[in-house]
Write a protein that binds this ligand. Structure first.
Ligand code: UDP
Ligand code: MG
Length: 265
């Protein structure tokens, strides 16, 4: 199946309360800790849920490990990409496979804390999406990482006229319907709040815990991130500038079926 945005029509409406999407690239040591931690956090909430581990062409035993989770408990799902396609692609595949009324996305590396999830979900009554703001990064990332992400954040905010505190945090929660309008390109996982706001969705930024990466390594360095993220930023800025902005003042004789309705008849 290709990654073209066509999956939603086939997904039954909100079969579950919650889908958690976890992009996974070589995280064999983290998965056996993450899955029980998620289960433990969600047990008292009584929510019906699935955890979609999207294996992004890992070269270690990640897929095998998730398969074993699934055999024990079908709430753990595996969506495996044929080859490594990048974090945005893995996230997109997870979004398209999600069946929950709410969707959470989080890293596989235990840096995001599942204990934040119930709190994030409480905001979805009032907001369309919630994005994390890593308030205690001091303990989770080196000063070089923090400094570079502070610069990236400022540049991003300046060029896209945003006020996001922590655009690099990909720990987020959504009402599933807003993901339908989200067309992602490689690298766009960094711009999801801006892309949603462009579509008039309301996005709240909330503090989240941030933990050190204990196992495996970050897939990004400053070198491989800065330049491509900057090019992506220019694309998002262009999209924001060129967004179609109009209001229909009058529509005479528009009572017939729209193209969309006609195609469903
Ligand atoms: N990831 C992925 N495909 C990739 C790179 C990363 O699915 O090509 C996943 C990775 O396993 C992790 C998340 O995306 O769950 C974020 O990656 P990482 O932790 O390396 O980024 P950082 O937190 O260092 O910014
Ligand atoms: Mg990480």
């Amino acid at each position: 199946m290709s990654g073209i945005a066509s999956g939603f029509a086939r997904v039954p409406a909100a079969a579950l309360d919650l889908s958690i999407v976890v992009p996974v690239y070589n995280e064999e040591e983290n998965l056996p800790l993450l899955w029980p931690e998620i289960r433990e956090v969600l047990a008292p909430t009584k929510l019906s849920y699935e955890v979609i581990f999207v294996d992004d062409g890992s070269r270690d035993r990640s897929a095998e490990i998730v398969r074993a989770f699934h055999e024990q408990d079908p709430r753990a799902r595996l969506v495996r990409l044929k080859t490594n396609a990048g974090e945005t692609a893995a996230t997109d595949a997870g979004f398209k496979s999600a069946r929950g009324r709410w969707v959470v996305v989080m890293d596989a590396d235990l840096q995001n804390d599942p204990h934040d999830i119930p709190g994030m979900l409480t905001h979805l009554d009032q907001w369309d999406a919630v994005t994390g703001w890593r308030v205690n990064r001091g303990t989770g990332d080196s000063w070089v990482r923090r400094a570079s992400s502070r610069v990236a954040n400022r540049v991003r905010n300046a060029l896209t006229e945003e006020t996001v505190q922590d655009s690099g945090c990909t720990f987020r929660a959504f009402r599933r319907e807003c993901l339908r309008d989200l067309v992602l390109y490689e690298g766009f996982h960094r711009f999801v709040p801006t892309l949603l706001k462009m579509r008039s969705y309301r996005v709240l930024e909330v503090p989240v815990n941030h933990r050190p990466r204990r196992f495996g390594e970050s897939k990004y360095g400053i070198g491989n991130r800065a330049w491509s993220a900057f090019k992506d930023l220019l694309a998002v800025r262009w999209m924001k500038d060129r967004l179609l902005r109009y209001e229909i003042a009058e529509d005479l004789g528009g009572e017939g079926p729209s193209d969309e309705r006609r195609s469903r008849e």
